[in-house]
Design a protein around this ligand. Sequence first.
Ligand code: SF4
Ligand code: SF4
Length: 284
Amino acid sequence: MSENNKIQPMPAPYPSLERQLLNIVPHPRLQLETHLVEHCDLNCHMCMHFSPLAQPQFTAIDRFFRDMQRLQELFGHAVSYIMLLGGEPLLHPRVAEFLEIARKHFPYAEVILYTNGIKIPQMDTAFWESCKKNNITITLTRYPISMDYRRIDKLMIEYGVTYQYCNTPGRSKKSSHYPLDIQGEQDPRQNFLTCDMANRCIFLRDGRLYTCCVIPNIQHFNAYFNQNLEVTPLDYIDIYQTDSGAEIMRFLASPPPFCRYCDVARRTILHEWTYSQKDIHEWT
Ligand code: SF4
Ligand code: SF4
């Protein structure tokens, strides 16, 4: 299909029974994502991390170091991947050190840097050397913006860095609308079972693990729109309050109360990509 063909939004596909079961089965190995930066230099419509609404904020490197150390104690080598993202992670002035720390603690995990690529042409030699030395995989999304992707390819090849695009060449980026129910009147168990982020987009923030990226990032939505979608201690697990990786994995495979705020049945996909207007309807 050509890029110019308009694709109408459609309901998000209902997950198979197998996929639903995966949500409630504890994984044998941890996979996680975490933000280096809360804000972003692109500001996409309906961003699921609420980055267009976030104030500029950078993750403290000592906090990240401690959390990696603690996860190493809990999981050893049973970590499949660590995805460093945001917001836009390349906005962090110490991004190269984060790569080093993640690799040092998890020599056998895949360490992925997930970026929109805008800053790639400005990255310094220390960044490229850290990517190469630490065997980082850079994953980029192609957006329908003015970007010289051939230059990016050239830089990746020149520095010998493993990279991939997460969307197909020649197909423009689409967006998904994942609406919230700000009254919190949805069935959390049903939502958890049918959500494609549950027990999958496992998120680390400040020593706490969440089953998805929405719960820890709702703070940006709450602050910007003056809402109170409540996150309680039942919505996360503190990695310093348990000595059991198995307990963490069981927790992540069970529905937290926050799931009542998602309206999974109303999710739609294949919206044309555009910039955020910071309108509440992008998220409701
Ligand atoms: S590039 Fe990613 S983090 Fe940034 S606004 Fe777009 S979807 Fe959100
Ligand atoms: S809070 Fe929403 S996005 Fe997160 S697991 Fe529950 S239903 Fe899915």
